[in-house]
Design a protein around this ligand. Structure first.
Ligand code: 7TS
Length: 420
């Protein structure tokens, strides 16, 4: 008896992603740039079309039916997000433009108001520029001092060094959950526990974790958490900030204008309750509603299932890349990562420039990213100016990894036989 090949998760979902079914440079597209942005399923695309065709309207202001419908759908996403990340209250979810804006919101509304000369902010060397530059602003304005957690020998977050760095002077720890370059999954629960012993607040940059694994903010016990819709099957132009209720209450508004007020007089104003206090002006209504559809879509698959499938793909990717001797992958190997490893590999091959690798792979229909991936300090630390990065999602397949590896080997051979 021959058993039919079992359908993988990717086999089950690929039809939901129209963009994947095209040729690029005459070759079937292999989209391996998911850490930069994910592709969008039909449910999200149709939600956007339905909104503009059927109920485009401003929110929170009209009593007419279209406005009521738009408001309900917009606010429903807040409930969906709160449930998706395990928040205690829908008021703890603030819509922002993206994760970058969410970090800036915390930097301006909390950092600028609560930090003073000599206070310490702990970041790590693997942070995305979005989780560095806002703290540069805060440090230069308040006199707070930035401290950095290094890499452990396996190129993971050095928890032991963090334990030595944290002290009564530490007021904030702002750390990435999954590095977009190293792929390591950082021990955020432990980081929060340690930081809280010293009374420090913790912000988690969950851009690369929320789309790929189950997240529960109450279990992690972080004070804030940020993510971007466009990396989690939703549209661009919207992201969110989670913050503990009392903490958000204690923070002054970010931007002033309509939507965020209770009463306005000529010379002063009072502010709306959470979360509207932080959502000035007409928001990204359609984008928020479509983000709700993205959450529905991810839930319909199940984040456990997504994580398990992507972990299996990661194992295969590493097995295949590991057979090419000239490839140096940054970050931990999947089996020694402890907490696991995200489905991405940033790598170099001898002294071939990463952008040459990505350009030649593009000729074969394989989309990867090259550059510093907005982690320039990390690249400096690793003593390379750029890396090539293949980043996977649950709709990618082993067959696509085979195409990528074949194209990569051919590219390396083109540059002088570095494939074996
Ligand atoms: N934090 C991390 C860990 C990220 O990976 C990114 C985007 C951001 C923050 C910023 O997200 P945004 O939506 O506010 O721009 N990372 C990448 C990347 O790896 N390639 O392109 C964007």
């Amino acid at each position: 008896m021959t058993l039919a090949k079992e359908k993988t998760l990717a086999d089950q979902v690929r039809a939901d992603f129209p963009i994947l079914h095209q040729e690029v440079n005459g070759k079937p597209l292999v989209y391996f740039d998911n850490a930069a942005t994910s592709q969008k399923p039909l449910l999200v695309i149709n939600t956007i079309r339905d909104y503009y065709e059927q109920y485009n309207s401003n929110v929170h202001r009209g009593v007419h039916i279209l406005s009521a419908k738009a408001t309900d759908a917009y606010e429903a996403t807040r409930d969906k997000l709160a449930a998706f990340i395990g928040a205690a209250s829908r008021q703890e979810i603030v819509f922002t433009r993206n994760a970058t804006e969410a970090i800036n919101l915390v930097a301006y509304c909390w950092g600028m108001n609560n930090l003073k000369r000599g206070d310490e902010i702990i970041l790590s060397v693997m942070e995305h520029h979005s989780n560095l530059v806002p703290w540069h602003f805060v440090a230069s304005k308040t006199g707070a001092v930035l401290k950095f957690v290094d890499l452990a020998p396996e190129e993971t977050f050095d928890l032991e060094q963090f334990k030595k760095l944290v002290s009564d002077k530490t007021k904030l720890v702002s750390i990435v959950h999954v590095s977009n370059t190293l792929g390591c999954i950082n021990p955020v629960k432990e980081i929060c526990e340690i930081a809280h012993k010293y009374g420090a607040k913790v912000l988690i940059d969950a851009c690369q974790s929320v789309p790929h694994m189950p997240i529960n903010v109450q279990q992690i016990d972080c004070d804030w958490l940020v993510a971007s819709s466009h990396k989690m099957c939703g549209p661009t132009g919207i992201g969110f900030l989670y913050g503990k209720l009392e903490l958000l209450r204690s923070m002054p508004p970010f931007l002033g204008g309509g939507e965020m007020i209770a009463d306005v007089f000529l010379d002063r104003s009072t502010y709306a309750d959470l979360p509207h206090k932080f959502e000035a002006g007409t928001p990204a209504i359609c984008e928020a509603i479509a983000l709700g559809a993205a959450v529905d879509y991810l839930n319909s698959i199940g984040m456990d299932k997504i994580y398990a499938y992507e972990s299996e793909l990661t194992g295969y990717l590493f097995e295949q890349l590991g057979q090419i001797p000239s490839i140096r992958i940054y970050g931990p190997l999947p089996k020694i990562a402890g907490l696991g490893r995200a489905a991405l590999a940033a790598f170099t091959a001898g002294d071939i420039h990463a952008s040459d690798l990505s350009t030649l792979l593009d000729q074969e229909g394989v989309a990867i990213r090259s550059g510093h991936h907005c982690t320039q300090p990390l690249h400096r630390h690793l003593m390379t100016s750029s890396t090539a990065r293949a980043s996977l999602s649950f709709y990618n397949t082993r067959e696509e990894i085979d195409i990528f590896i074949k194209a990569l080997k051919e590219t390396l051979d083109f540059f002088g036989g570095l494939s074996s």
